[in-house]
Ligand binder design. Structure first.
Ligand code: GLN
Length: 309
C-alpha cells in the first residue's frame, strides 16, 4: 500500500534540495588532498522505497568517497564470521568522544566503544583480514552485489593518502595490538581499513545498497536475504546510537531514524519498513557531518513523519 504518491515525493525532494542549495556553511574535509579537491557545491538526495521505487534529485550519479559509511559493510561481514563472539572484542555503547579519539581506548583496555568509531572499524578490519582469505575482494563483492553495479571500486588516490596521513588511526591500531585485541599484522589491518574508507559510490548506489536494512535484511530489488532480521535490527540499533558521530543524540532527537555519515559528505538514513534516504554534499559541519545532507535528511524525514520513536 502506497503511503505517498510518486509525483508528490518527486516534488518534495526537489523543494528540499533547492532549499539545501541555500546553505553555505561548512567546510570540505581537508585532512587529505584527494578529499580537499572535491567540488564543494555538489548536492544530491535519493529516496528508495520498499516497493522498489527510486527518487533522485541533484548530483545523484556522481561518485564520492563513502569513508565511514563503509563501516557498515565491514561490520556485516564480521558479524557473519564471528557471531556473538564479536561483542567480546568491541562494545555496543555510544562513545561521547570524537570518532578518532584514543583516550577511551586506553581506559577500556583496547576494546573500542562501538564498531562505528574508527577504533571499532579498525578492530572489525582485523576480523576481516584474519577470517577472509582476501578481505578486500570479499568486501568489494558484497558492495557490488548490494548495488547491483560491478563497476564500484576503491579510489587508489584516496587509499594512498589515507595511509600516508593516518597516524592517529595507526596509533589506535597499535594501542589495541598492545592489549592483544588485534590478531593480524597491524599494517595489513590498517591497509584494509584505509582501502575500505576509499570506496567510491554514488548517492543512488548508497540508497539502493542499504535498502535491505529497512526491510528486515531482505533486499527489495533482488529479493535476496542479505542478513538475518535480528542482525538488521542490531545494526540499525548501533546506527541509532553511534552512526552520526557526536551528533547521534541530536540526530535521534530531531530526525529519529538510524543513520550513518562519512567525512566525504555522504549520509545514509534507514527508515524501517519504509525505505532509505541518502544525501551527499561535501561541506561538513563541526561534527564532521554534511551540512546540506543533515538538512535534507531531517527535512524529508520530518515532512513525511518518519521518526521511529
Ligand atoms: N578515513 C577517515 C579516518 O579514518 C574516515 C573517518 C570518517 O569518515 N569519519 O579518519
Amino acid at each position: 500500500q502506497k503511503i505517498h504518491a510518486p509525483d508528490d515525493l518527486n516534488r518534495l525532494l526537489k523543494e528540499i534540495h533547492q532549499q539545501a542549495m541555500q546553505i553555505h556553511s561548512g567546510k570540505v574535509a581537508d585532512y587529505i588532498p584527494a578529499l580537499a579537491a572535491v567540488e564543494p557545491e555538489q548536492c544530491a538526495l535519493t529516496l528508495t522505497t520498499l516497493d522498489g521505487e527510486v527518487f533522485n534529485v541533484g548530483n545523484t550519479d556522481t561518485l564520492f568517497s563513502i569513508q565511514s559509511i563503509s563501516k557498515i559493510f565491514g561490520l556485516m561481514m564480521a558479524m557473519d564470521r564471528l557471531g556473538d563472539d564479536l561483542w567480546q572484542r568491541v562494545k555496543m555503547e555510544p562513545s561521547g568522544q570524537a570518532f578518532n579519539s584514543i583516550v577511551q581506548l586506553e581506559w577500556e583496555k583496547g576494546i573500542p566503544r562501538n564498531p562505528m568509531i574508527n577504533a571499532g572499524a579498525i578492530l572489525i578490519s582485523d576480523v576481516l583480514v584474519s577470517h577472509y582469505s582476501t578481505s578486500k575482494n570479499a568486501v568489494m563483492s558484497l558492495v557490488r552485489n548490494l548495488c547491483g553495479n560491478d563497476r564500484i571500486y576503491a579510489d587508489e588516490d584516496v587509499h594512498a593518502s589515507e595511509k600516508e596521513h593516518g597516524h592517529r588511526n595507526a596509533a589506535s591500531a597499535h594501542l589495541m595490538k598492545s592489549f592483544n585485541n588485534i590478531e593480524a599484522d597491524v599494517d595489513e589491518v590498517l591497509d584494509h581499513y584505509f582501502w575500505q574508507c576509499a570506496i567510491s559510490m554514488t548517492c543512488e548506489n548508497l540508497a539502493r545498497s542499504f535498502t535491505f536494512l529497512a526491510n528486515a535484511g531482505v533486499c527489495p530489488f533482488s529479493q535476496r536475504e542479505i542478513i538475518s532480521k535480528r542482525d538488521a535490527q542490531r545494526i540499525n540499533a548501533l546506527l541509532s546510537t553511534s552512526g552520526m558521530y557526536d551528533q547521534s543524540g541530536e540526530f535521534a532527537f530531531t530526525v529519529g531514524v538510524p543513520a550513518k555519515s562519512g567525512v566525504g559528505g555522504g549520509i545514509v538514513a534507514i527508515v524501517p519498513d519504509f525505505g532509505v534516504i541518502s544525501a551527499w554534499s561535501p561541506k561538513l559541519n563541526e561534527f564532521g557531518n554534511s551540512a546540506r545532507g543533515m538538512f535534507m535528511v531531517r527535512e524529508l524525514a520530518n515532512r513525511l513523519g518518519l521518526s521511529v520513536y
